[in-house]
Ligand binder design. Sequence first.
Ligand code: ATP
Length: 256
Amino acid sequence: MLLELEHISKIYGDLHAVDDLNLTVPEGQWLSIVGSSGSGKTTLMNIIGCMDTPSKGTVTLDGRVLNDLNAKQLADVRKNEIGLVFQKFHLVPHLTALENVMMAQYYHSVVNADEAREALAQVGLADRAKHLPGELSGGEQQRVCIARALINCPRLILADEPTGNLDEHNEQLVLDILRKQHSQGTTIIVVTHDTAVAQCSEREIMLNHGVLVGERWNDEQARQRYEAQGGLPASTGAHLEGVLADDQTIQRITKQ
Ligand SMILES: Nc1ncnc2c1ncn2[C@@H]1O[C@H](COP(=O)(O)OP(=O)(O)OP(=O)(O)O)[C@@H](O)[C@H]1O
C-alpha cells in the first residue's frame, strides 16, 4: 500500500477532529474524503500531506513511518512525493504563472522554464504564462496551482476542495486534469463537499465529527483490484452517537 493510516486521531482539548481512523490506499487509487463542514477532512488531509502530525496513531507513506521523521525529513517527503492543490490557491501574487510553477521546481534545485511551460500547457494555460495571478480568473489560478503540483511528478496528489471556487466549466477542466493524472497511475486523494466531484473517484470515505461513518465504491473493478491486493475497508474504533462504527455498520452504510 502506498499509504497506511493506523488508529489516527487528532485531538484538540476535548475535540477529536479525527477519531481513531484506519485507512489504506494503494498506489494508483483515486479516493475522495467527504463529510460536512468541520467533520475533519482537512485535518486528515494535512496529516497525510505531512503538514500536521497526528495526536495518536501511525502514518506510513511508501513504507516510511512518518511519525519517525523530523521536520526536515517530512518537508522532503512533501516535496518529493506529494503534489498539493488547495481551494485557496496560495499563488505568489507578484510572480507570473510561469514563475509560480517554477517555484515548486526551485525547492528541488532544478529550475527549468521549458518544463514549467509544458506543465502550464498540460492544464491549458500555455498562453497565460506571463500573467500575474491577479490577471487570471479563479479557474485559471486553480489550474496554475495544479500545474505547480504536477511539475515534480508527484506519486500522490492531495487536493483540498480543488473545485470549490469554480464554475461548472472550470470544474470539468480540473476534473479532466485529475482523470488524466489518474490514468497515468498517480494516486489522488480529494477532499470535497461536491457529490459530483466525489463520484469521479473510485472510492469515497465519509467522516462525521471526525469519525468514519461510511465507505462507498464507485468503481467495482477498482474495488476488486484493491481487495485482491489485500486491501481492507476503512475502519474506526471510535463511536458516534447513533452509529455503531464497526466494519459491518460501515458495509451497511455503504450499501444504502
Ligand atoms: N488548530 C486547531 N485547533 C482547534 N481546533 C481545530 C484546529 N483545526 C481544526 N480544528 C477543529 O477540528 C474540526 C475539524 O476541522 P477540519 O478543518 O478538519 O474540518 P473540515 O471537514 O475540513 O471542514 P470544512 O469542510 O469546513 O473545511 C473542526 O471542529 C475544527 O474547528
